[in-house]
Design a protein around this ligand. Structure first.
Ligand code: DGP
Length: 138
């Protein structure tokens, strides 16, 4: 399947769809997942248009991983979770639903179950104060 430049994350990158931004540099963008599996669930995407890690350049992959680590450290400082889950889906059969490659950063607390993947949408007003805390640690 060819990369669709009109996918929802491409539109977020292009500013056609709003997002709650956490971090941006020349190669990557990080923003709050609108269907969070836990408080502080952040998505990290490369600016390069690639469906999944199999299509992404090595440089794009390196940039995405560097930003994932940087933002995960900020999430850890800001929200002090007991653990941090990183995950990433490639193709629909593996659970991918948005076809612009991305990493999920999901903070975890002992005894707090994760919400289901990509099911319950929350308002930007709820995500913004959490994003502000994370941004303050970057
Ligand atoms: P995946 O299955 O890994 O492709 O997950 C896509 C994630 O993206 C899922 O956790 C829900 C989230 N998501 C879907 N649409 C939007 C959107 O328009 N904005 C934001 N911020 N997140 C979205």
């Amino acid at each position: 399947m060819a990369y669709d430049p009109n996918n929802i994350f491409a539109k977020i990158l292009g500013g056609q769809i709003p997002s709650v931004k956490v971090y941006e540099d020349d190669k990557t963008f990080a923003f709050m997942d609108v269907m969070p599996e836990a408080d502080g669930h952040v998505l990290v995407i490369p600016k390069e248009g690639a469906e999944n890690i199999l299509d992404l350049s090595a440089a794009g992959m390196a940039a995405m991983m560097a930003t994932t680590q940087k933002v995960a450290k900020a999430v850890d400082k800001a929200l002090t979770p007991d653990g941090i889950l990183l995950k990433q889906y490639n193709r629909a059969a593996a659970g991918q639903s948005v076809f612009h490659v991305h990493f999920h950063i999901v903070p975890r607390w002992e005894g707090v179950p994760m919400a289901p993947h990509g099911k319950v949408m929350v308002e930007a007003a709820k995500l913004e104060p959490i994003a502000a805390k994370i941004r303050s640690e970057l």
